[in-house]
Design a binder for this molecule. Structure first.
Ligand SMILES: O=P(O)(O)OP(=O)(O)OP(=O)(O)OC[C@H]1O[C@@H](n2cnc3c(O)ncnc32)[C@H](O)[C@@H]1O
Ligand SMILES: [Mg+2]
Length: 198
């Protein structure tokens, strides 16, 4: 089976990607499982650029097919911030809890109808011959007034989805994957791979 390396150091992403790609016709491998421990600097100015930077770097080292996921949260009241800075907007070493707290503080007193937000996920795939493509998935919701739920990772406890009246951290993983930015982007990626390469 062909190798397919996932260029991320985020455990939450790796879990979700392996769950969603369970019937995938490639062997899905984490960076850790191929012995690479590298912090790749995200110097791009868009999700697309950063996803390609991460995938290209690991492709250069391994020569295999590589995918990378660059994702984040865009908050309307903050004009789209933290966006591509979602991982580092509270400092490089801040925990998920600290980031959630900081974001809630920034929206203190902002009423629910002005707390619109979306999760964005851009996936880049780079092939051994250097060709590549990107796909994008989004998930619309609101920033809640307080954290709820223990599933998922990152901003999930404060991302409220009105259709289901719960945060993405209160959803079972199968439900989150059905509606999430990452679920959508990965399904588009599989389509694209089937169209062009399998
Ligand atoms: O770059 P890699 O190594 O993949 O890992 P990262 O955690 O730095 O990932 P990003 O640069 O893409 O930053 C994404 C940020 O958005 C958050 N995030 C992404 N997808 C999420 C999801 O499905 N639920 C909650 N938070 C999410 C995540 O916790 C990060 O803080
Ligand atoms: Mg990152």
């Amino acid at each position: 089976m062909k190798k397919f390396i996932v260029a991320t150091k985020n455990k939450g992403k790796i879990n979700e990607i392996s769950e969603i790609l369970k019937d995938f016709p490639y062997e899905v491998l984490s960076m850790e499982s191929v012995g690479i421990n590298l912090d790749i600097e995200e110097t791009g100015s868009t999700f697309e650029e950063n996803a390609l930077i991460k995938a290209r770097e690991i492709n250069r080292i391994t020569g295999e097919i590589v995918m990378a996921d660059d994702s984040g949260l865009e908050v309307d009241f903050l004009n789209g911030a933290p966006g591509i800075y979602s991982a580092r907007f509270a400092g490089e070493n801040a925990t998920d809890e600290e980031k959630n707290k900081k974001l809630l503080n920034m929206l203190n007193d902002v009423p629910f109808d002005k707390r619109g937000a979306r999760f964005v996920c851009v996936i880049a795939v780079v092939f051994p011959d250097g060709t590549s493509f990107t796909v994008k998935g989004t998930c619309e919701g609101y920033i809640s007034h307080e954290p709820k739920g223990a599933n998922g990772f990152g901003y999930d406890p404060i991302f409220y989805v009105p259709e289901y009246q719960m945060t993405t951290a209160q959803m079972a993983s199968e439900m989150k994957h059905m509606i999430s930015h990452r679920g959508k982007a990965l399904r588009l990626m599989v389509n694209e791979l089937q169209k062009r390469y399998i």
